[in-house]
Design a protein around this ligand. Sequence first.
Ligand code: ADP
Length: 225
Amino acid sequence: MIHLKNVTKLYQKNGVVALDDVNLDIAAGEFVFIVGTSGSGKSTLMKLLMHEETPTMGEIFVNGRDVVRLQRKEIPYLRREFGVIFQDFRLLEDKTVYENVAFAMQVIETPRKIIQRSVDAVLDIVGLREKSKHFPDQLSGGEQQRVAIARAIVNDPKLVIADEPTGNLDPATTWDIMDIFKRINDAGTTIIMTTHDRDIVNRMKRRVVEIEGGKIVRDQQRGRY
Ligand code: ADP
């Protein structure tokens, strides 16, 4: 599913080596936590996977696609293959819950009937069907993140990339959100998640990859924070 070989990322403008000769393989269906102190390189790794940054050296394959040598015309296809979720939700404030989720399908020109069926189905998964006409500012933080999750999975991606998805949520809401991620993973979707939350990592008992100073310093199955 994901293959990184000798990946180095040097930010030219300040000379920072954010990732230093990283090798990492993630199989389809895994649930992987990426942990490490602030500035260790976690976000850079996520951005490389999303094709938001390109590596200075090395190879990156996501779902069999060479992300480094990606042709411009392939980018929409890559975007369809994974869903992304951020700490700050990033919903469109002037669109309803339904429209926020539908939008991810409209941009890839999905027929309207299919959009309706798919949006209803994912809103059921995250438990927000009855709030489909609400706007983001009428929802709690946890509900907003559930909308973001619905949007991330509506195109049925094989991979979900979540960068600190519970960073703005209280502990009870955090567990509601983690339950949804668990269910998505149980249905076969690969999940890569960065987090600072010890409790989540320790209770979930999944693979833990720790980054320090741009290098992988630990890679453990059923790991702890
Ligand atoms: P983390 O997500 O673990 O906090 P980052 O990947 O954001 O770490 O950052 C790793 C290092 O790269 C840090 O030293 C940071 O200052 C630097 N860095 C991150 N993004 C940029 C950027 N766009 N330009 C220059 N330096 C960056």
